[in-house]
Write a protein that binds this ligand. Sequence first.
Ligand SMILES: [Zn+2]
Length: 225
Amino acid sequence: MGILNTLLNVLFPPRCASCKREGDFMCENCVEQLRIKPIKGKSWYPSAADFEHLDGVIYGLDYAENPEIQAAISQFKYKFVKDLIECFANLTVAKLKQLKMLQGREAVLIPVPLHKKRLNYRGFNQAELIARATAGRFDEKIEVMLLLRRIKHTSQQAKLSKKERHRNLAEAFEVAGDLSVLSDRVCFLVDDVCTTGATLDSCARALKQSGVKKVYGLVIARAFK
Ligand SMILES: [Zn+2]
């Protein structure tokens, strides 16, 4: 893998997803331009009222204000550009550090699972990589747990309307572990992007049906439809 990667880097040097400059998949200059806003009160998107089950979403960036991150995320998802994980984790880590509700409390990160078929095809779950990179910066205070399983292989969601997404995703997830390990830790579902929130809401539904009281989303970016 190492030799192949080196060879590929020589033949096809990485380019910045945003400014296209050669050298890095997301150059330092463009990373610096990403605008991470501090969290104010409960102004999480969409407001909890937009969800049936989820209590809110914490996001690093807004697609609308940071178009460069959109290209970076799609590179990451389809080509697995490993170098970008730490850049993404900067965003989730910054947000978690701002959260008052985390002060003195431990948290659990539950990656949104991929269906077995898609996992086999892609070879990795981007949500899990983001969760692990994030948790890795908090010592033992934040732990990653794979507590959900995707039982429905849903078709590509991108082309569907908000209503169709919700219908498509109903009962797509089930609990895949003992939830008593959560005890009183703050529970976050991790994904790369939140668009309508349908996926996160469907995951939250599965957890809440099994007795979890509060479930939040944690994503790199939000994207309005
Ligand atoms: Zn750049």
